[in-house]
Design a protein around this ligand. Structure first.
Ligand code: PH2
Length: 196
């Protein structure tokens, strides 16, 4: 029997920038959030939806980004598997034939877990941007190594977990957000209610 003390706070970032089977990201992202909350059960909190320019600049249509704070009692790997399941469920439709469309659910942090270890996480966090765009880790790295560089993750995350502290850097979500350039943050805007 798992006790209350096994409960950890999981932080999940969501993003999509293409319609999935004719459903816009403004609609599919909140649906994916609701699916995650339903699958996890227990206490959860959902951010607002934000329009964000695609990163890197010019790489495609704007994204809808969001974040969810959940309570999780199993392993980090089990949570990652659940996120992949939801991605697959939302990322593919059989409208005409299998079409791949992206719905990203990224695990950003799980309480104070540092995975696989502090040195490996630090290596990934300090990769030069050109390298970081090319290589994808084949293991789960927590907290997400590029969190502090991504306004599109930090803005929604600040809605649900402003005081969460990255255990590897000692910086809170609010502090990381405050360090982002004003020009970057000015381009991140709430999705108008009429679009969702
Ligand atoms: N604004 C924004 N840009 C991105 C995002 C995202 O979620 N938001 N996700 C990416 C691939 O995971 C690549 N670029």
């Amino acid at each position: 029997m798992l006790s209350e003390s096994d409960a950890r706070t999981g932080l999940v970032a969501l993003g999509a920038n293409l319609p999935i089977g004719g459903v816009s990201p403004e609609v599919s992202v909140p649906k994916a959030m609701a699916r995650l909350v339903a699958r996890v059960g227990g206490k959860a909190s959902c951010s607002g939806l934000y329009h964000t320019p695609a990163f890197p600049a010019g790489s495609g249509p704007q994204f809808v980004n969001a974040a969810v704070r959940i309570t999780w009692r199993e392993s980090a790997e089990a949570l990652l598997a659940l996120l992949h399941e939801i991605e697959a469920e939302f990322g593919r439709t059989r409208a005409h034939r299998w079409e791949a469309r992206v719905m990203d659910l990224d695990l950003i942090g799980l309480d104070d877990a540092i995975l696989p270890d502090a040195a490996t996480r630090a290596e990934w966090a300090t990769l030069p941007p050109e390298k970081a765009a090319e290589v994808v880790p084949d293991q789960l790295i927590l907290p997400h190594p590029r969190l502090a560089e991504r306004g599109f993750v930090l803005v929604p995350l600040a809605d649900v977990a402003p005081d969460w502290v990255d255990p590897a850097t000692g910086l809170s979500v609010s502090e990381m957000l405050a360090a982002r350039p004003a020009e970057e943050l000015a381009q991140i805007t709430p999705v108008p209610a009429s679009a969702a």
